[in-house]
Design a protein around this ligand. Structure first.
Ligand code: DAH
Length: 339
């Protein structure tokens, strides 16, 4: 019995040492210590051992089991250590290799232009507000003095959700929303996306951006409007920029004007950029129509104000001398990185 145990121990330890993968160790555990294992077979033979010898033999069996278990544990530990070292070797970082470039993208010209416009108006005490892109016909048209049969509705043909709800064609509805809140005076700009069913070309897109401006207070005059937009133009296009106000018509302002700035490329002499005229049109504006004030709950006898609307893409295209609006929507990083 003793020899048999010695032999099992020797065999087991040799086999365990010779194992090269952890799965084999498991096989060894089953083979020597398992229910049908060799050691268990010896235990089963205990009934043939003389009663007085049994404790001794039992102890020997236990010692053998302990020795095999220890061999298993040690070999397992060594294997794991080897695997870990191998892995570390493979994962070694070569610090002399050139670093991978981190691709962080680039601010869009629209964003750069918008932040510039916001900086200018916030500097003059304006608040930046937002309105919904999906808007009621009532705000997009009715409250801006554009009734159902008004031809301006045709010009701004858009995407209707149903008879009352549409994708806003302009940021002007934000004027009505802010006035209705009744917190006076108002000094705000409202940038945002607008929609019109236009075909895509170098200067048109069915979705573009506008920045609306609105000032409501007591005794606001056209001179305030002119002065404000002059400061704006000079800040945006340079201190030598001149502005020109041409009479125009917008249903929600009276009087209304379109504003041109002197061409910042040729200084007004006329060039390819300004199509020879020396002037570039940048925005629409006017004194808020008394009827619009009334519809939005403001007494036109007490308060008045001015409004303006400017195309964000138009500013980005001008400022960065981009000649095709479609480039702004492709988001090609090689294009964006130039600004
Ligand atoms: N909403 C006008 C448009 O999309 C632009 C505009 C003109 C806005 C005059 C104004 C304004 O606030 O006073 O054509």
């Amino acid at each position: 019995m003793k020899d048999r145990l010695e032999q099992i121990k020797k065999e087991a330890i040799e086999a365990i040492m010779a194992s090269d993968v952890p799965e084999k160790l498991n096989d060894m555990r089953v083979r020597f210590l398992g229910k049908k294992g060799e050691l268990t077979a010896v235990l089963k033979g205990m009934k043939d051992v003389a009663v007085e010898d049994r404790p001794k033999v039992g102890q020997m069996v236990n010692e053998t089991r302990a020795a095999i278990e220890q061999a298993l544990e040690e070999t397992k530990g060594k294997m794991e250590q080897a695997i870990r070292e191998e892995k570390l070797k493979k994962e070694v970082i070569d610090v002399t290799l050139p670093a991978k470039m981190n691709n962080v993208g680039h601010r869009h010209p629209n964003t750069i232009a918008l932040e510039e416009v916001e900086r200018i108006f916030v500097g003059m005490g304006y608040e930046v507000v937002e309105g919904p892109e999906v808007e009621y016909d009532e705000y997009n048209f009715e409250k801006l003095n554009i009734p159902a049969d008004h031809p301006a509705k045709d010009e701004q043909d858009t995407f209707y959700i149903n008879k009352e709800i549409l994708l806003r064609t302009q940021t002007s509805p934000v004027q009505a929303r802010v006035m209705e809140q009744g917190k006076l005076p108002i000094r705000m700009i409202a940038p945002g996306r607008v929609f019109r069913s236009d075909e895509v070309d170098a200067t048109h897109s069915p979705s573009f951006h506008q920045i609306e401006g609105l000032v409501i207070d007591k005794d606001i005059s056209f001179a305030d409007l002119k002065g404000t937009l002059e400061v704006f133009a000079k800040e945006l296009f340079g201190p030598d920029t001149k502005t020109k106000f041409r009479p125009h018509h917008f249903p929600f302002t009276e009087p209304s004007a379109e504003v041109d700035v002197s061409c910042f490329k040729c200084g007004g002499k006329g060039c390819r950029f300004c199509k020879g005229s020396g002037w570039i049109e940048i925005l629409g504006c006017g004194m808020v129509h008394p009827h619009v004030l009334e519809m939005c709950g403001i007494d036109p006898e007490e308060y008045n104000g001015f409004a303006f609307g400017v195309g964000l893409e138009r500013i980005a295209l001008l400022k960065y001398e981009i000649d095709d609006m479609r480039l702004l929507y492709e988001n090609d990083i090689r294009f964006l990185k130039q600004f």
